[in-house]
Design a binder for this molecule. Sequence first.
Ligand code: DAH
Length: 343
Amino acid sequence: MTFEDRILRLKEEIETAKAKSQHDAEEFRIKYLGSKGLFKELFNDFKRVSSEEKRQFGKVINEVKQTAERKVEEWKASLSSESNTSSELDLTRPGMAQAPGAQHPITIIKDEVIEIFRAIGFSVAEGPEIEDDWHNFSALNFPPEHPARDMQDTFFVENPDGGEPHVLRTHTSSVQVRVMENEKPPIRIIAPGRVFRNEDISARSHCIFHQIEGLYIDEGVTFADMKQTLEYFAKEFFGKSKIRLRPSYFPFTEPSAEMDVYWGLETELDYRITKGTGWLEVMGCGMVDPAVLKSSGIDPDKYSGFAFGMGLERSAMQRFHIPDIRMMFENDIRFLQQFRSAL
Ligand code: DAH
């Protein structure tokens, strides 16, 4: 269509346009005069036509535009009173259904854990998903070349500054370091977030998953404080009051432990999720190693603390009977729409 044809077509459309309601008038205004409307387009193209054509059409375009503006004004004035009268409304028409939203199962679990710790004075901290070696490993007492680094199969990311490669954080423990570097005790934080490990993807494990980290630093914090805090958590989160702490190893805690909660062995499902033991593995924890306090700028002679870290996927799978971890990352709407927060 030539430029002239476009203008003539527009002129005709505008001159014959009719509006029955405020709504029509507004639609007309948006279509022709709005910020993405047809006049905008026309004026844009107008910049590119020859100066001969500019002379020929400039005036017409402005006149047609003025006609459109006048029509909108008239309609808005004359239709204003009658636009919403009941005669226009069909009161028997069915309402517009709004599908209620759903929350991702991970979000539901995460919010629940945050709420439980918020109630006893913890606040939420965040850190970057792309980390440097210092915050993910070195400050947490993983020496270079130490086999402890193999515990966590790491994705490396090229460092834009050309230095040593960055990593996709392998755990949320990196946030502990960032918080200790920037805040003075008392520190009470939990840090939820996504973590990444170079692992084969299967029904039980994924290369992307979520953790929640906890950190409590103050004067005189003891192992007994940790145990009580975790007991409180087990009660609130699982509704179970018996926990046990098994000796374990993490480079950044000393002593280190695994916390299990006694789940029970009443049903067949209990057998399945506890592998016949009655105990459910919940998280890693321990007293923050003095070397870690020191690398983050906190005096280990004055302060002590505990830390813990738990995965969220397994809890979500148990809570909602999700058979395959991959379902949580596929964004299949038929899966996602099934979950509602109990909060
Ligand atoms: N970062 C550990 C992991 O990803 C979990 C962990 C264990 C976190 C002990 C802690 C801790 O804060 O104290 O396996």
